[in-house]
Design a protein around this ligand. Structure first.
Ligand code: FRU
Length: 497
């Protein structure tokens, strides 16, 4: 029986969605059906299509009691909304259905695992939250919560583990058919850790161990973990809160961390080797991956950051988008990300330039637009001294622009949306140390109506930022202090059918 709370949410979103024109949404990124969206949840392939759920507050463009929104896609770029899947309608999740994941059970049903949240008033007037792990089973549209919820509570945890910060289960199946999940938690020292649980059937769960302990290394509490093999390594993704910057890494306050290492499946021991930020831009958090049927490991994140949610468009009745789905690989010991290859099918109108000299400002015929896939390679000009600066301005008109600028002297690439139309004094710039020799650099810039994603050196680093500049600002220009040469291939991306 569907609860009143879920029925109301489904009725509300169906009506509210109609007031949003398709030009008011991104062309090929998923945005909240109406109201607020944060983390991607339950990213999975089920019944022949990709499913994505998301943290959702349909009634308002600000965070509130969390529901799970739902959408499906065949190509990861054109999404069709389905009715909201979960609402906070049980005693154990009455204050929110927080983040979680999904998989297909052997009997063909779709299993969702999520965090149930309750808030209780204390004698002193304050509130205390309790977070537990819960299940729902369904057919790809309608889901029923498991009668034995919650299936993991703080009573299952060793002493000192927080019952308040215990969330975001990511579930997967092992080769032997048993299940594992990782959950974010706060240990007694107030930092973060990732706990590992096991289950024979996906329904009854047992605590195994602390898979990774943060200590005073990367921020405090670790949210939204994911753990998976990639090439001959294993990767732990998690989104730490309260990070301190270190060199050019971890400038986001809340950002996404990648630990690369080895996993001994016998003893279930993870040995960390390397760490890096997942995204070097401004807006990326709470990433989740899927193993696609063709073997690709694909990651999608919330194209936003808790520190920058005050950067918003006043005239839109949705807030929150998901990033482009990105194919992952390990190369040169680092996590590489490339836009899913399905994006190439949206390309129209190829424009190509080779060996264009740039010195001062330059515009190129046919190079403009707000839904664009543009790859450029820059390098020194024969015989000329090394240029001092290169810049691209996009989403540009007489008044507004966002820029990417590169200084070969110190190998710093900067994204800057200060002049994109924002009236808020929040973070609008981010600098990133990139790999470049003799002023050579390769960039792929993907623009959608409200975002820019920059893939550096074939996906070695990525910078993501939300851009709300009015759509008529669609010029693109180039600039060099000194002289350089540039190759460019540009396409328009056609999102809607
Ligand atoms: C991460 C997060 C999760 C939590 C959810 C609540 O962005 O804080 O840890 O489950 O958002 O909406």
């Amino acid at each position: 029986m569907m609860s009143q709370t879920l029925r109301e949410a489904r009725k509300y979103e169906e009506v509210a969605e109609k007031s949003i024109r398709k030009e008011e949404r991104p062309a090929f990124h998923l945005s909240a059906r109406t109201g607020w969206m944060n983390d991607p949840n339950g990213f999975s392939f089920y019944g022949g299509v990709y499913h994505i759920f998301y943290q959702y507050h349909p009634y308002d463009c600000h965070w509130g009691p969390m529901h799970w929104g739902h959408a499906v896609s065949r190509d990861l770029l054109h999404w069709e909304y389905l009715p909201a899947a979960l609402a906070p309608d049980e005693m154990y999740d009455r204050n929110g259905c927080f983040s979680g994941s999904a998989l297909t059970l052997p009997d063909g049903r779709h299993l969702l695992m999520y965090t149930g949240v309750i808030r209780e008033q204390q004698k002193n007037g304050g509130f205390r939250e309790t977070q537990t792990q819960c299940l729902a089973v369904g057919d790809g549209t309608d889901y029923e919560k498991f009668e034995k919820n919650p299936v993991i509570t703080a009573a299952d945890l060793p002493e000192g583990c927080s019952a308040q910060d215990f969330r975001d289960p990511k579930i997967w199946q092992m080769a032997d058919g048993t299940y594992r999940c990782v959950v974010g938690n706060r240990p007694a020292d107030g930092t973060g850790q990732i706990l590992l649980f096991s289950s024979p059937d996906g329904f009854s769960w047992k605590y195994e161990k602390v898979l990774v302990y943060n200590g005073d290394r990367f921020g405090k509490m670790w949210e939204c973990p994911d753990f998976f093999p990639l090439g001959d390594k294993w990767v732990l993704l998690t989104s730490p809160q309260d990070m301190l910057p270190s060199g050019f890494e971890y400038h986001n306050g809340n950002g996404t961390l990648c630990l690369i290492g080895e996993f001994d499946e016998e003893t279930e021991t993870f040995t960390e080797r390397r760490d890096q930020a997942v995204d070097y831009g401004i807006d990326f958090y709470a990433a989740q991956t899927i193993l696609a049927p063709d073997g690709r490991r694909i990651m999608i994140g919330w194209m936003q950051n808790w520190d920058t949610c005050d950067f918003r468009a006043q005239n839109l009745s949705w807030f929150g988008q998901l990033s482009l789905p990105r194919e992952l690989s390990i190369e040169n010991g680092r996590l590489y990300q490339r836009p899913v290859r399905e994006l190439e099918k949206l390309r129209r109108g190829r424009v190509e330039y080779t060996d264009v000299p740039i010195s001062g400002e330059r515009r190129l015929q046919g190079v403009s637009g707000r839904t664009v896939d543009m790859e450029i390679t820059i390098g020194p000009q024969d015989g000329a001294p090394l240029y001092r600066k290169f810049a691209i301005r996009f989403a540009q008109n007489d008044r507004f622009w966002t820029s990417l600028s590169f200084h070969p002297g110190d190998s710093i690439l900067k994204i800057d949306r200060k002049f994109s139309g924002s009236r808020r004094a929040i973070i609008h710039q981010r600098r990133c140390l990139v790999r470049s020799r003799d002023g050579r650099l390769k960039l792929r810039l993907i623009l959608d109506r409200f975002s820019a994603e920059v893939f550096v050196n074939d996906g070695e680093q990525v910078l993501t930022a939300i851009v709300y500049t009015r759509q008529e600002a669609d010029e693109i220009s180039f600039y060099a202090d000194g002289a350089l040469r540039m190759d460019l291939v540009k396409y328009d991306l056609q999102g809607e059918a």
